[in-house]
Design a protein around this ligand. Structure first.
Ligand code: SIN
Length: 309
């Protein structure tokens, strides 16, 4: 039996008639209505469905990830469930997928999907994506791969997935073959009611150090710096960053470019007490840092292991 967990998104969206049909609202249709639209699902497996939440994924909060993980854990613990499908908005799908990749056991195939057109669009892509996700979750090929994502006939692994286009049905891209994906699950045993606040600060020409100061004033425990080039820290940020380290705030250098930020290669990370992202993009480095802080990892362990997650 497959467990379908719905969280909202465009896949459950409907046109907003009040906007003259120029906009739509995500997360309107219930999971039961979405399933009714895909009768072929019954040929894949028997289905159990749960509406976990009904959000536009831009509004998803780390507390919602924890709630979703709870529903996944309950499904994983049920011997009748052989695969899990999560229906999700595409905007932050890569964040939820990465969080789940790190925090679930990987024993049961877990596939996320969404849609770029709302459910009442004449060319709605949600039904085909839902069917493809169910077929993958029921397939032996999905076993032992960790969290997988299906959209527009393409399969991706959670680690290297990003939404790369604002429009178009093939909105996601990833490097590396999904067949080589492996479960992560480093934080599968972490039980925490909340994740510590970690902010992403963008590096750009003239970026003011007040960005850092306001995060310190609001109690952030970590800062991921989405910097230019190879993670280049603006000189004007150094005093505020040193103050942050003095207050015990974790600082992680990442890049707004694709590619690795290598420890001590472009900054004195050891001397400053900074962490580096490796090839994790800033939103994923943030999730890794939140989990490592919640798990009480030492600075040395974070420096060594975060880039390799
Ligand atoms: C959302 O992320 O919930 C809205 C956008 C989408 O699903 O494509």
């Amino acid at each position: 039996m497959l467990q379908i967990l719905a969280t909202g998104g465009t896949i459950a969206g409907e046109t907003d008639l009040a906007s003259g049909s120029r906009r739509y609202q995500a997360g309107v249709r219930t999971v039961e209505r979405l399933l009714d639209n895909v009768p072929e699902l019954t040929r894949v497996a028997s289905i159990r469905a749960e509406q976990v939440m009904a959000l536009d994924s831009k509004d998803m909060h780390p507390s919602d990830w924890i709630r979703l993980r709870g529903a996944i854990r309950r499904a994983e613990a049920d011997p009748a469930i052989s695969g899990i499908v999560v229906l999700h908005g595409t905007d932050t799908l890569e964040e939820t997928a990465w969080y789940l990749h790190l925090t679930t056991s990987g024993r049961t195939p877990l596939v996320l999907t969404g849609a770029m057109h709302p459910a009442d669009h004449p060319e709605a892509d949600g039904p085909a994506n839902l069917l493809a996700a169910a077929q993958l979750a029921a397939a032996t090929a999905a076993q032992g791969k960790g969290v997988l994502i299906v959209l527009h006939g393409q399969i991706h692994g959670a680690r290297m997935l990003s939404k790369v286009r604002t429009t178009g049905l093939d909105a996601f891209g990833s490097s590396g073959a999904w067949q080589q994906a492996r479960p992560a699950g480093q934080f599968a045993h972490l039980d925490t009611p909340a994740l510590p606040p970690v902010a992403i600060l963008p590096g750009y020409a003239g970026a003011p150090p007040e960005l850092i100061e306001s995060c310190l004033a609001t109690g952030h425990r970590g800062l991921v710096l989405a910097l230019t080039g190879h993670g280049s820290v603006p000189a004007t940020w150094l005093p505020a960053l040193r103050q942050a380290r003095h207050q015990g705030v974790a600082i992680l250098r990442a890049s707004r470019c694709t590619g690795p930020v290598i420890r001590n290669a472009n900054a004195d990370d050891d001397g400053e007490g900074w962490l580096t992202a490796g090839d994790l993009p800033p939103p994923k480095a943030r999730i890794a840092l939140m989990l490592a802080l919640a798990a009480g990892w030492s600075h040395d362990r974070m420096a060594l292991e975060l880039p390799t997650l």
